[in-house]
Design a protein around this ligand. Structure first.
Ligand SMILES: [Mg+2]
Length: 217
């Protein structure tokens, strides 16, 4: 018998899906880094100000595109935002590390995934270790969702609407921390949006607990 999620389903019509989850054991969770595990936007804006004197106001970032910088300027800012020093001083969102540690401790598979270049992997792994965030797999590349499919991921937590929608197309549940640029996606699509990690943990709790209980049976 599968466990029914009693709390309001974060995915509305996908309630039936969550009723079936306990058939499959532990959850396989993919988690993005920038703007998901830590507030990347301020890092990027600070680099942009330093380099080009152009601030990137978070509150005005309603789309995934950045128009205040030319493409080559943006590419440079992104590259500099991922220097070893900046990666290693990243401050995780409140509740993020505790939540992931809890999930991992319950037996769920944790895959950390980022669009950072491959050569940023060592610094990224060192940062994850330094903040005490456990993971089973770390992936740095632009084919995030392909890697999720390869790893049979059940749930992707990512702030990018494009990634979330691609995940849904592959039957992967999608959740995000709320940002201005994913507001429309949260309102219109089967994407779970949470204001912060505490809310995300609360909303995902019933689903993950049902999977964890099934392991014990
Ligand atoms: Mg991100």
């Amino acid at each position: 018998m599968g466990h029914t999620v009693q709390a309001e389903s974060p995915w509305g019509e996908m309630k039936c899906w969550t009723q079936l989850t306990s058939l499959f054991g532990a959850m396989r969770i993919a988690i993005d880094i920038d703007s998901t595990l830590h507030h990347y936007w301020d890092v990027l804006s600070a680099v942009s100000v330093q380099r080009f004197g152009v601030a990137l106001p978070y509150e005005e970032q309603f789309s995934w595109g950045i128009t205040r910088l030319r493409p080559e300027q943006l590419a440079l800012c992104i590259e500099e935002s991922h220097s070893d020093a900046r990666i290693l001083t990243g401050q995780p969102y409140p509740g993020a590390v505790e939540t992931v540690r809890h999930w991992h401790g319950e037996g769920h598979f944790v895959h950390i995934t980022s669009h950072r270049p491959l050569d940023r992997m060592a610094a990224t792994g060192a940062w994850l270790d330094s903040i005490g965030l456990p993971f089973d797999d770390l992936h740095c590349s632009f084919d995030k969702v392909a890697r999720c499919v390869e790893l049979k991921i059940d749930l992707l937590i990512d702030d990018s609407p494009a990634n979330l929608l691609a995940a849904i197309d592959h039957g992967i549940l999608a959740a995000t921390i709320a940002h201005p640029w994913n507001r429309d996606a949260r309102e219109e699509d089967d994407i779970l949006g949470a204001e912060d990690w505490y809310e995300l943990s609360r909303l995902l709790g019933p689903l993950l607990a049902s999977r964890q209980r099934s392991l014990a049976q």
